[in-house]
Ligand binder design. Structure first.
Ligand SMILES: [Zn+2]
Length: 341
C-alpha cells in the first residue's frame, strides 16, 4: 500500500467523525473469515461422525455376513422351510417394524420359476452340521434296493452297526418291502435317483427335481419316512452336470436337503466287480488317514462280492477304532470341493 493512499485514507477518516470506513474495513474481513471458518469446522465435525457411522455399518455388515456364512456352512444353524414369497429364500422381514427398508431394499436376483415346483418337496426341519464325530465310518450303498439288500441288512445286524442306503427307481412291491426293511432296521434311507440316467436328470434343474421328486415319493410311501439326505448320481460334480451342478446344489440346499459324496470306495462300480478281498482292501485303503470316512459301495443283484467283502470292511474299521454309523442330515457332509473355474 503506497504512502499516498495511506495519507488519503487518513484524511478521509478525519472527515468522518464516526470512523465508518475504518469500521467497515475491519468488519468485512472478519465476516469473511467467519464465513469460511464456521462451515469448515462444521464439515470437519460431520465428516468425523460420518466416518464413525460408516465404521459401525461395516462392522454390522461383517458380522451379519459372518452369521450368514455360519448358516450356509451349516455350523449349528437350524434349517426351516422358507416362508412363501421370500425373494432370497429367507423369511421376509416383518412389515410393521421397518417399512421404509422395503422401498430401498435390493430386490436381489430374479427368483427362478422352479422354486415353485413341487411345493411338498422340502426336507423336514433339522439342524445343519452339528454332528462332527471323530473316527467314524459311514458305509453307504447306492443303487439299491435289490435282492442283495436283505443279505446286507443281515450282516449289519450281526455286527450291530448302522449304514445308509441311497436308493433308486424300482417302483415295485418287492422294492417297497426292501425299503421298509432298511428303515425298520434303523438305517438311513436317502434319495439317489429314479431313472439314474445322467443325461436326463442333469438336463435342467426342472428335470433333476422331477426325477428326485418321483423317488422321494416312492420312499415316503414305502417307508413312511420322508428322506432328508441324498446322493447325486455320479457324485455332486461329474462329467454330466458341470453346467448346472451349482444351481441344483443351491436349489436342493434351499429346500433343506443335505447331500453326501464320499472319500473312500470299495471299487465295485465296474462292469465286472473284483473279488471280495480286493473290494475290502479298497474300502480299507489309507485306514486311519481320515477321521471321518464315507465309503461308497453298491447294492444290486450283480454285487455279490460287495456283500461278501462287507464283514472284512466292518471288522477293519472297528479294529482301527472307528464306529460305524448311519448318515443323518445333521452330519457334517463330506462333499467334493468345487473345482477351479
Ligand atoms: Zn448310482
Amino acid at each position: 500500500m503506497s504512502e499516498k493512499i495511506k495519507a488519503g485514507r487518513s484524511r478521509e477518516e478525519k472527515k468522518h467523525p464516526f470512523f465508518l470506513g475504518r469500521l467497515l474495513r475491519r468488519a468485512v474481513p472478519a465476516a469473511l473469515v467467519l464465513a469460511v471458518l464456521v462451515p469448515t469446522a462444521l464439515a470437519i465435525g460431520l465428516e468425523a461422525s460420518l466416518s464413525q457411522t460408516r465404521a459401525e455399518l461395516d462392522r454390522l455388515q461383517e458380522s451379519s455376513a459372518a452369521a450368514a456364512g455360519n448358516f450356509l456352512a451349516g455350523d449349528g444353524g437350524v434349517w426351516q422351510r422358507p416362508e412363501p414369497g421370500g425373494t432370497d429364500g429367507s423369511a421376509a422381514p416383518p412389515q410393521e417394524t421397518e417399512p421404509a427398508q422395503d422401498s430401498v431394499r435390493d430386490p436381489g436376483p430374479e427368483v427362478p420359476a422352479y422354486q415353485a415346483l413341487y411345493p411338498e418337496l422340502y426336507a423336514g426341519e433339522h439342524e445343519w452340521n452339528t454332528v462332527n464325530k471323530k473316527k467314524v465310518c459311514y458305509l453307504t450303498f447306492d443303487d439299491g434296493p435289490s435282492a442283495r439288500t436283505p443279505e446286507v441288512l443281515e450282516i449289519l445286524e450281526r455286527y450291530g452297526v448302522k449304514a445308509t442306503f441311497f436308493v433308486v427307481g424300482k417302483d415295485t412291491e418287492q422294492s417297497r418291502q426292501w425299503m421298509k426293511q432298511i428303515v425298520d432296521a434303523g438305517h438311513t434311507i436317502g434319495v439317489h435317483s429314479y431313472t439314474h440316467t445322467y443325461r436326463k436328470i442333469y438336463a435342467s434343474v426342472e428335470a433333476y427335481l422331477e426325477d428326485f421328486a418321483r423317488e422321494y415319493h416312492i420312499i415316503e410311501e414305502a417307508t413312511g419316512v420322508a428322506p432328508q439326505i441324498f446322493r447325486f448320481p455320479g457324485g455332486s460334480i461329474n462329467a454330466y452336470n458341470g453346467h448346472i451342478y451349482q444351481e441344483i446344489v443351491a436349489e436342493m440346499t434351499r429346500r433343506g436337503f443335505v447331500y453326501f459324496d464320499w472319500n473312500r470306495s470299495n471299487g465295485d462300480a465296474v462292469r465286472k466287480p473284483p473279488a471280495a478281498p480286493v473290494l475290502a482292501q479298497n474300502a480299507l485303503d489309507r485306514l486311519g488317514a481320515s477321521s471321518r470316512v464315507v465309503v461308497l459301495m453298491h447294492d444290486s443283484k450283480g454285487h455279490a462280492t460287495t456283500v461278501a467283502a462287507l464283514p472284512a470292511i466292518i471288522e477293519g474299521y472297528q479294529n482301527a477304532g472307528y464306529t460305524l454309523e448311519a448318515l443323518t442330515p445333521e452330519v457334517r457332509p463330506i462333499v467334493y470341493a468345487y473345482p477351479n473355474p
